[in-house]
Design a protein. Structure first.
Length: 492
């Protein structure tokens, strides 16, 4: 069992002031995995104070972009140097299969390298702007927002940390990172790696803790300038309200119920593979998961048969066992939530084709079979609400217009996908889908270079790419008057 009794504040490992702790469990067998320090409001105050000092008086925001980039690259190297250990820790904490965890860790390192490159570009970022009134000279500069609070979920513990920490550091911000109480372990390792990479004390503070305590105290803290949140819609909405009081800069990456439109001219094998990847990857605990599939009616029966057959072949088990493609859900609570959604779907009249149960061979652990529903009533929670588990809903459509209507008839707008041999049709449909991310003839590939985020209740703002850096930068105009008196410019 791991013992993590300390918080990482101002470059030091400190015990929580109120002595709080929480327990973390291995989802594959429900055993106790770790006891972890729980930050309380006094610790949040200390950590925000440290981040504030590091921002207001420390070297980090005053370094050149190139100097910050070299630290970011050393963090990337540090992650890679410990890749195997971090991947195993992620599996034990979150439950995902090892190859997925290895991919996450490599991607987290790549994210730091990507933002190192963007940090360098900030050195030449100042942009002169030509004005119609030639008596003025103007330029636009970008500056770090200040102290950022990063609050992240449990589905990609280290990767979600990287998506926030890397751009914030590149911009010159300082941070307090609060990982999910379900999966805090790799964020604590990131604190060690960042310190070893030479990040000055106070620039990155890591506070494991409960959402309603550490999380709430952090987002409400007046010393925080920016709140970057990834998580559920209800928490995002609460955070927005808390941030409103001080008019804090916020970005929210929230939930989804992403549609995948499959036209009848698609390759059925490719369609089934992308659907499986889209909904069973990470046990479906993916904000952009392919949870609603719309299939053109002539292909519908064949696709349903092929999909449920493929789902029945998936090997389920402990993520550390070779060949396992589906691990357990992250927690007892998530298992109960997904089980309840399945039961409600059945009660609402959806047709269960495969799964829906705890696998018989897994006596312990929060496992759920890969689950395929067809003919799902359009008003049901199964079709409309985010389930965040390995549960796919498939419905038929007759026309392109109907497919678009069904796809867009959702409170969410994170991701969507379309598959057809007719690329012109794909491009046309892509432009009409109400989502921040649209995939053509695939589903889920994610790149550090491209913006990530949604419309409607899926959130506000974009992470990743140059857009992700913008989250942590303020834009300032500097305008110089070259001649004349005050009233002169106005009256003439
Ligand atoms: P959650 O909202 O329960 O928790 C997210 C984080 O917020 C955790 O660290 C939690 O401790 C903290 N928190 C909880 N209450 C808080 C409060 N009152 N104030 C401040 N912080 C608080 O979400 P979750 O269950 O951890 O994650 C699953 C959700 O995350 C899903 O809805 C999923 O779609 C979403 N998600 C979105 C993206 C995206 O990029 N859009 C990516 C991953 C996950």
């Amino acid at each position: 069992m791991y013992q993590r009794p300390h918080l990482f504040i101002e470059g030091q490992w400190l015990a929580p002031q109120q002595g709080g702790q929480f327990e973390v469990f291995d989802p594959s067998d429900e055993s106790l995995l770790a006891r972890v320090a729980a930050a309380g409001p006094a610790d949040v105050d200390l950590a925000v104070g440290a981040a504030r000092r590091a921002f207001d008086h420390g070297p980090w925001p005053r370094l050149s972009g190139a100097e910050r980039a070299s630290v970011l690259r050393r963090i990337a190297e540090g992650i890679r140097a410990r890749q195997d250990e971090l991947a195993v820790l992620e599996v034990r904490d979150n439950g995902k299969p090892l190859p997925e965890a290895q991919w996450d860790i490599a991607d987290a390192a790549g994210c730091f390298d990507f933002y190192a490159d963007l940090a360098e570009r900030l050195d030449t970022d100042e942009r002169p702007v030509a004005l119609a009134d030639a008596r003025f000279r103007a330029s636009v500069v970008r500056e770090p927002v200040g102290v950022a609070a990063a609050v992240i979920p449990w589905n990609y513990p280290l990767l979600m940390a990287a998506w926030k920490v890397a751009p914030a550091l590149a911009a010159g911000c300082t941070l307090v990172l609060k990982p999910s109480e379900l999966t805090p372990l790799t964020a604590l390792e990131l604190a060690c790696i960042a310190a070893e990479a030479g990040l000055p004390a106070g620039v990155l503070n890591v506070l494991p803790g409960l959402g309603g305590e550490a999380g709430a105290a952090l987002v409400e803290h007046p010393g925080v300038d920016k709140v970057a949140f990834t998580g559920s819609v209800p928490t995002g909405s609460r955070i927005m309200q808390a941030a409103a009081r001080d008019v804090k800069n916020i970005s929210l990456e929230l939930g989804g119920k992403s549609p995948f439109i499959v036209f009848a001219d698609s390759d059925i094998e490719a369609a089934v593979e992308w659907i499986m990847f889209g909904i069973f990857w990470n046990q479906g605990q993916v904000c952009s998961a392919t949870s609603r599939v719309l299939v053109e009616r002539s292909l519908y029966p064949a696709l349903l048969a092929r999909l449920s057959d493929a789902a029945s072949q998936i090997r389920i088990g402990n993520g550390l066992t070779e060949g396992v493609l589906l691990g357990p859900l992250v927690s007892a609570g998530q298992h109960a939530k997904v089980s309840a959604a399945i039961a409600q779907g059945l009660a609402d009249g959806a047709r269960l084709l495969h799964g829906g149960e705890r696998p018989a061979e897994q006596a312990k652990g929060w496992f759920i079979q890969p689950t395929v529903f067809a003919d799902v009533p359009l008003h049901s929670a199964l079709w409309r609400e985010e389930i965040f588990g390995p549960v796919v809903c498939v419905n038929p459509f007759d026309t392109e217009a109907e497919a678009l209507h069904l796809a867009n008839d959702s409170q969410f707008g994170l991701a969507a996908a379309v598959m057809s041999a007719d690329l012109e049709r794909c491009e046309r449909v892509a432009r009409k889908l109400q989502a921040g991310i649209v995939w053509i003839n695939c589903s889920q590939p994610t790149f550090s270079e491209l913006p990530w985020g949604g419309v409607k209740r899926s959130g506000i703002g974009r992470e990743l790419g140059e857009w992700g850096l913008d989250n942590y930068l303020e834009t300032k105009q500097i305008t110089r008057y070259e001649s004349g008196d005050a009233w002169g410019w106005y009256l003439t």
